[in-house]
Ligand binder design. Structure first.
Ligand SMILES: *[C@@H]1O[C@H](CO)[C@@H](O)[C@H](O)[C@H]1NC(C)=O
Ligand SMILES: *[C@@H]1O[C@H](CO)[C@@H](O)[C@H](O)[C@H]1NC(C)=O
Ligand SMILES: *[C@@H]1O[C@H](CO)[C@@H](O)[C@H](O)[C@H]1NC(C)=O
Ligand SMILES: *[C@@H]1O[C@H](CO)[C@@H](O)[C@H](O)[C@H]1NC(C)=O
Ligand SMILES: *[C@@H]1O[C@H](CO)[C@@H](O)[C@H](O)[C@H]1NC(C)=O
Ligand SMILES: *[C@@H]1O[C@H](CO)[C@@H](O)[C@H](O)[C@H]1NC(C)=O
Ligand SMILES: *[C@@H]1O[C@H](CO)[C@@H](O)[C@H](O)[C@H]1NC(C)=O
Ligand SMILES: *[C@@H]1O[C@H](CO)[C@@H](O)[C@H](O)[C@H]1NC(C)=O
Ligand SMILES: *[C@@H]1O[C@H](CO)[C@@H](O)[C@H](O)[C@H]1NC(C)=O
Length: 475
């Protein structure tokens, strides 16, 4: 009996026994029919993406142009031949059903976005993993094996199962986020990736637009991202952090030098910023405010020689969500969720931007704000993009005394923004189409954290001279 006939008989037996039908993809490997498009759902990468994909009926050729790697993802029983790819191309059968390993924790965020994180079995530094569904099951990754179908990494390796994400801070937040499309190709989860990426892009643009229309002629606040790397104090000025800062309506700190071995010079450079966000890696057991002050050479004494960000408690870190051993979720999820990073960055400056929203990752470290701990009982698979409604917010209503001339901070007790906002037609339509799919899942997931993701304001839409006007009637 031929193998094909055996498989057909087996299939018939399975059908008679009422076992669920194998997917289209499974049929590709067991009952291949020439001419069938086995990848009806497709992703496309933007022109400035670091990836390219070309679909054929039973395989897809994927290029990583940064790492110069080619992956041939095929669904047939045997890998295709003579298809004109470089000799070092990697061949991986899809959908990958074996274990997934990650050498970089950030890959988990992208897998979560397409609902695949539960299939991650191995991670380098498993103690860093924060995903509630993985905390108890994840094992230490010590190398490729035949139990492992794919290894997502940031450091290229010759092994045939390693796929390079090529994440770096020299790219924009949305460019990083398109890795969700890359990882989806390995599991035929293109539909999930398209939905997630589109919603993320829409929410990101919405937050950026809100900051832009609210702050156009206003005094912007300045933000410096900093890190001590063991030998120098750095002001981080790469595309990723600059883009985020600008899109959050703030002024990035631009200085001639970005790396300082002399602490005094560093302190002088950052003296006038409104917000300092520290990204220094600390052993969780060593991370205290007094250790931080010591490392950065500050004394908290409320005098004129102490910068405002110390006296007014505006030193932030990214540890708002942690696992029970203190490892920070930021490294796992922020790159896959740029919309929420941006919302955080606007919210620390203007706490009433989204009413009742407490930033997800950005934590007022100087004010000893406690982190939210996520543990295994919080396991809800998948990830949802943010919700965002287009509309200006009241930049005076920022609840803090920031010493600029914004007016009566912190005493606007009725909370009313009372704004009539003129939006372009596109903006108005976006407002109408405000995406809301994600709020529920997120809220359920981190229940103690997300009291309320978004309190929708009551608005009235009117058309004035071809422009849609959004008028907030009451809060
Ligand atoms: C599939 O069909 C194409 C043309 O439609 C043909 O060139 C190719 O050889 C066929 N492949 C197999 C495996 O039969
Ligand atoms: C991917 O790279 C291969 C080999 O370098 C090239 O032949 C192919 O055209 C590229 N694919 C795309 C979609 O650019
Ligand atoms: C990319 O890989 C191909 C195949 O190994 C090689 O011929 C080519 O020189 C590489 N290009 C770069 C820019 O490294
Ligand atoms: C993921 O894991 C689940 C449960 O372990 C398994 O049923 C499923 O087939 C896996 N999915 C893939 C695509 O590997
Ligand atoms: C993961 O943990 C190790 C040691 O526990 C640490 O050195 C490393 O920086 C951590 N990585 C991330 C991304 O948190
Ligand atoms: C993981 O494996 C590496 C290499 O074998 C080892 O150095 C490390 O201590 C292990 N980590 C854990 C948490 O078991
Ligand atoms: C996502 O956006 C692209 C381009 O704008 C569009 O082609 C695609 O259909 C969208 N996908 C979804 C699921 O909305
Ligand atoms: C992102 O940053 C790059 C480099 O810093 C810059 O060229 C680009 O205009 C920025 N984009 C946005 C949207 O701010
Ligand atoms: C997880 O956290 C909840 C409350 O936040 C606690 O009741 C529970 O015991 C914790 N579970 C584990 C496994 O740590």
């Amino acid at each position: 009996m031929s193998e094909v006939m055996f498989k057909r008989i087996l299939l018939a037996v399975l059908l008679v026994l009422g076992v669920s039908l194998p997917s289209t993809y499974a049929q590709c490997s067991t009952n291949f029919v020439n001419g069938t498009d086995y990848f009806p759902s497709k992703v496309t990468f933007d022109g400035d993406s670091d990836f390219q994909v070309t679909y054929y009926n039973s395989y897809k050729i994927v290029n990583n142009t940064l790492a110069n790697e080619t992956y041939v993802l095929y669904c047939t029983a045997y890998s295709p031949t003579n298809i004109g790819v470089p000799s070092n191309a990697k061949y991986i059968q899809v959908p990958v059903v074996k274990s997934i390993a990650v050498t970089d924790i950030s890959a988990i965020g992208f897998l979560k976005a397409i609902g695949m994180e539960k299939n991650v079995t191995y991670a380098t530094n498993p103690e860093n993993v924060t995903a509630p569904c993985l905390q108890q099951s994840i094992s230490n990754f010590t190398g490729a094996s035949n139990q492992i179908g794919v290894v997502f990494t940031n450091t290229p390796a010759a092994d045939g199962s390693y796929v390079t994400l090529s994440l770096s801070d020299d790219m924009s937040p949305l460019q990083k986020a398109d890795r969700v499309k890359l990882v989806s190709l390995f599991f035929d989860k293109e539909d999930e990736a398209n939905t997630y990426y589109n919603a993320t892009q829409t929410a990101y643009s919405c937050h950026a637009q809100n900051a832009k229309i609210s702050l156009q002629d206003k005094n912007k606040k300045s933000i410096a991202w900093v890190a001590y790397d063991g030998s120098a104090y750095n002001i981080i000025a790469d595309s990723y952090h600059m883009n985020l800062t600008q899109d959050a309506g703030a002024l990035p700190l631009t200085t001639k030098a970005t790396s300082y071995t002399n602490l005094n010079d560093f302190q002088t450079a950052v003296f006038n910023v409104d917000f300092l966000i520290d990204l220094t890696y600390f052993d969780p057991n060593q991370l205290t405010w007094s250790n931080w002050l010591k490392l950065f050479g500050y004394v908290e004494n409320d005098d004129d020689n102490t910068p405002d960000f110390i006296n007014k408690k505006r030193v932030y870190r990214i540890g708002g969500l942690q696992n029970p051993s203190g490892h920070e979720d930021w490294f796992e999820n922020a790159e896959a969720m740029p919309d929420i990073v941006l919302k955080d960055l606007i919210s620390i400056q203007y706490p009433l931007y989204v009413k009742s929203y407490r930033p997800t990752w950005l934590l007022d470290f100087a004010a000893a704000e406690p982190p939210t701990i996520v543990n295994a009982t919080d396991c809800v698979s998948g990830q949802s993009p943010d919700t965002c409604t287009i509309g200006a917010f009241n930049v005076e209503d920022d609840g803090g005394d920031d010493g600029d001339n914004n007016g009566d901070d912190g005493n606007d007790s009725n909370g009313s923004h009372g704004l009539a906002i003129g939006l372009g037609v596109a903006g108005g339509l976006l407002a109408l189409a405000s995406i809301s799919a994600g709020a529920f899942i997120l809220r359920k997931k981190y229940k103690e954290k997300f009291f309320e993701l978004k309190e929708e304001p009551s608005v009235q839409l009117t058309e004035v001279n071809g422009e849609i006007r959004l008028t907030q009637i009451k809060q």
